[in-house]
Design a protein around this ligand. Structure first.
Ligand code: FE2
Length: 215
């Protein structure tokens, strides 16, 4: 694959006032691009060149549930996973929509697995606030748990796609995602995104398995 930076589906200022154009532009054009450039340099001329990003991530992780512990992961895994995570994350955001929230089958599963949408939101915010250091919080469908929905945290670049889980939503809680706008107030950033910017239509498609998540 060409490892080109995927364009966002919205303008850099479209998520204001919750996320500034400066934060979004730097996050996308500097951080995300850097991960892709490192992957491109690492796989150039190798047998991995030309593979979709998600396959490079799985290869670098040693495949699925036998993946090595995050601390033992390679430079290739860290950069490829971060590139994939960011592509997924951008799709999880959209400009604020009054009254926008989960609908249909995903709404029913959230109510079943978390008691209510409010229960999910509270648990997701708590999980995001509790990520130690750099990482991510995710809503996933876990095949090992009968496809039950779960909230999971991953450290650094780690990603649910090497743990037998299907991501539904992601939230980047690396400091580069919020420090310009919120400094040390991660919970304020998390609340702003969860309360105003989550793309529930994308989450529904992820839940229904209607996406080809190649990154
Ligand atoms: Fe990030």
């Amino acid at each position: 694959m060409p490892f080109t930076l995927p364009p966002l589906a919205y303008d850099y200022d479209a998520l204001e006032p919750h996320l500034s154009a400066a934060t979004l532009r730097i996050h996308h054009t500097v951080h995300h691009r850097a991960y892709l450039e490192r992957v491109k340099a690492l796989v150039g001329g190798s047998s991995l060149e030309g593979l979709p990003l998600d396959e490079i991530v799985r290869h670098a992780a040693g495949q699925g549930k036998s993946a090595p512990a995050p601390a033992a992961r390679s430079v290739l895994f860290n950069n490829a996973a971060q590139a994939w995570n960011h592509s997924f994350f951008w799709n999880c955001l959209r400009p604020p929509v009054p009254g926008g929230g989960p609908l249909g089958p995903l709404l029913e599963r959230l109510e079943t697995d978390f008691g209510s949408v409010e229960g999910f939101v509270a648990a997701f915010k708590e999980a995001a606030a509790g990520v130690f250091g750099c990482g991510w919080v995710w809503l996933v469908k876990d095949e090992a748990e009968g496809e039950r929905l779960a909230i999971v945290r991953t450290s650094n670049a780690d990603t649910p796609i090497v743990h037998g889980q299907t991501p539904i939503l992601a939230l980047d809680v690396w400091e580069h995602a919020y420090y310009l706008d919120y400094q040390f107030r991660r919970p304020a950033y998390v609340s702003a995104v969860v309360d105003h910017l989550l793309n529930w239509e994308f989450a529904e498609l992820s839940f229904e398995g209607e996406l080809a998540l190649h990154g």
